[in-house]
Design a protein around this ligand. Sequence first.
Ligand code: MN
Length: 312
Amino acid sequence: MRIGRAAGVTDTGRRRLRNEDAFICEPPLFAVADGMGGARAGEVAARLAAAALEEAGTQTRGEPGVTAMIVEANRRIWERALADPATAGMGTTVTAALVDTDSGTVAIGHVGDSRAYLLRDGALEQLTTDHSLVAELVSSGVLTPEEAERHPQRSAITRALGTEPTVEVEVLTIAGQPGDLFLLCSDGLPTMLSDGEVADALEAAERDPATAGEALVVAANARGGEDNITVVLFELAEGKAPAVEPTPAERPPPGPELAPDSGLEAEMVEPEASQASLSRHGAGPGGRAAALAFIVAALVIGALVLYWGITR
Ligand code: MN
């Protein structure tokens, strides 16, 4: 498994003066944060969260890794708010996805109402459950999902990052499949577009993350763009396999040159370099073919020389 194309886009929308969303699109880490608070505190909280995640990003794995980075982000925002009265009470949502290409899994952690979706085999599935008032009212049967969408309190969240000294992170793990397209977004997307409209936009963009991201922002703004809109998309792809499987007798000894077949480094190798390394596996059969061609050519030339000598 490897991470394929990825893209992130954020937009202020058409009603807000500032963009208090932040995002990370740095494989294998992807995240969206939607800040809140007076003055510019929301921006501060979202950026602190993104910075904390970014720092932790490459050293962690799986659900414990994604939980630890979000807990650390919470600590930093909380302490900053204590130290700086202008930012008191600031907070942010966060939804982070950490891909482990070795195990082919995607660990997702979230706090608040920024969401993760998965488009697989043409169906769009919401992976996260909002930590929001209306989501709780829907799960307890007080509201229907349709009523929740129009509810005046629909943006009220019940869990945030940075507003308390500790935070409870909800985590889940998805076993990835080649072709999976993951979407992380702030609430500015789903409040403007239905899941069906999001799915249609992804398919219309031929599942290209950059094209789809731009299209979703345009569509949300066309509906009114009532909030900041942030979208991060990434796809999983088949790992590179050798074109010719080496026979056991010809298998080269293990060494650093085999790195492109396994490990995280493999994903960072340029296609050309990877091909060059992989062709080494094919050197056995390829070498045999070249030797055979040489022998055939030598025999033909020998026969021609002989024929030339006889006919003279
Ligand atoms: Mn928002």
